[in-house]
Design a binder for this molecule. Structure first.
Ligand SMILES: Cc1cc2nc3c(=O)[nH]c(=O)nc-3n(C[C@H](O)[C@H](O)[C@H](O)COP(=O)(O)OP(=O)(O)OC[C@H]3O[C@@H](n4cnc5c(N)ncnc54)[C@H](O)[C@@H]3O)c2cc1C
Length: 404
């Protein structure tokens, strides 16, 4: 732990933007401000700071903590088609969340508000869970959550929190280990900013002469085999329509898939490792069809690590009631199948160029230089092909990359 008395000593490149320090400060001297890349950072009003050190104590970057490496990896998906459709991969988050709510608990997750601002919110009924489902590929605003959750835990309320590993670690530092708190950390390769998402939505609205009211990443209109699919709802000429697309047709999603728009700390993430901080870890089980050819990968399959006894018991509660199909593997059999369990995303030189251009050029120019494909026709052709052909091409490309 650092000797520092407040969070201002945390390096800009290390701050993960969890905002727990703001909730922890007893004199409210920490506010948050966007930097010139559009990411949010804490600012300490040194004149009001009482040097209590609470912000440093709960900061996950100063105080990361990890569980023992899980021995087993489970592949699973919700048996009910609607449950599977509701999630990004196998819909496991939804099943666990429903179990908590049915047992009188509260569930926290990321949801868009009516202005498409991503915030961590609380669901207390099954109906309220819907906006929390599915991955949203930008940083969510967690301010206020930590304080509220700590109060609920003290009152004995069963609580489930699902978020990025840094957010989960921040919450555990804030509340300490509590029997009634369950943490689900996501396998995460990083988060872009709300600011870049806002700019991309505005760009889309201007181009399509519409007003976007809803946006969904990982839309399953093409099946889970197309993890880069998205859908949005918009009003145009007084009518509401739904538009579907693939990542290369929306600048924000294209940049996310190129890994050039992430928060600086994501490129040195401490939690991109097999040691996790959540009771359960959830991710996508890429390549499951190679391990079990009988499985229909179109369903979307979740990769699950039970990192603590508490997490294992919670998973047993949902699997024993017959809601999830499961298959178990030894963790070491699967090492390497999911890169984000091994190491952080690599920083590419293009990230530096992109953010430099964002400062000096119009958004339209930035999109043309970095956030659309120069050879869009290749993507158009590729995605128009039948799935079997795409699979064959992917295999050849994989082999070539291995030998290059
Ligand atoms: C930014 C991000 C990057 C990811 N990167 C990878 C990856 O590289 N490899 C991989 O295997 N899996 C990754 N995932 C996880 C994956 O996309 C699925 O979320 C996970 O498999 C759970 O799917 P599900 O069907 O069980 O539940 P879902 O219904 O998809 O549940 C998703 C849960 O995540 C929460 N959530 C959604 N967006 C955010 C957000 N921005 N911040 C915090 N919490 C959020 C929701 O509230 C919900 O609780 C990532 C997720 C996110 C949010």
């Amino acid at each position: 732990m650092a000797n520092s008395q407040n969070i201002s000593t945390l390096l800009h490149t290390d701050c993960c933007g969890c905002r727990a320090c703001g909730d922890a400060c007893p004199v409210s001297c920490i506010s948050f401000k966007e930097d010139n890349e559009g990411f949010i950072y804490p600012i300490v009003d040194e004149a009001s700071c009482i040097q209590c050190g609470k912000c440093v104590k709960i900061c996950p970057e100063f105080n990361p903590s990890f569980n023992k490496v899980a021995e087993e990896v489970t592949a699973a998906y919700a048996v009910a088609e609607a449950d599977r459709q509701a999630g990004s991969s196998g819909g496991i988050f939804g099943l666990v969340a429903r179990h908590i709510i049915n047992n009188g608990g509260k569930v926290w997750g990321a949801a868009f508000d009516s202005n498409l601002q991503l915030k961590h919110v609380c669901a207390t009924t099954v109906a309220e869970l819907k906006p929390l489902m599915r991955s949203k590929y930008l940083q969510s605003d967690t301010s206020g959550c930590f304080r509220q959750i700590a109060g609920d835990l003290k009152a004995g309320i069963l609580t489930l929190f699902c978020g990025t590993p840094c957010q989960c670690n921040a919450l555990r530092n804030y509340t300490g280990n509590c029997d009634n708190l369950f943490l689900i950390d996501l396998i995460c390769h990083g988060v872009p900013s709300q600011d870049l998402f806002d700019k991309s939505i505005k760009w889309l609205e201007e181009r399509e002469h519409c007003h976007v009211t809803k946006f969904a990443f990982r839309s399953k209109y093409k099946g889970a085999l197309h993890p880069q699919a998205f859908s949005y709802e918009c009003t145009k000429n007084g009518r509401t329509e739904t538009v579907n697309g693939l990542h290369y047709q929306f600048p924000f999603y294209f940049g996310f898939q190129k890994y050039i728009t992430l928060r600086p700390s994501c490129y040195t993430c401490k939690w991109a490792s097999s040691e996790r901080c959540g009771d359960i870890t959830l991710g996508d089980f890429w390549g499951i069809e190679r391990i079990d050819p009988t499985l229909d990968p179109k369903a979307g399959v979740s990769e699950i690590l039970a990192n603590t006894d508490k997490g294992r018991n919670l998973l047993n509660a949902i699997t024993e009631s017959g809601v999830a199909w499961t298959q178990r593997f030894q963790y070491r059999q699967l090492v390497g199948n999911n890169g984000c369990l091994q190491e952080p995303t690599k920083l590419k030189p293009e990230r530096v160029e992109l953010f430099e251009d964002l400062r000096t050029k119009s958004f339209d120019e930035v999109v043309r230089s970095h956030l659309v494909s120069k050879r869009r026709w290749i993507f158009d052709m590729y995605y128009a092909m039948p799935g079997v052909l795409r699979k064959m091409i992917r295999k050849v490309m994989d082999k070539r990359m291995k030998y290059e």
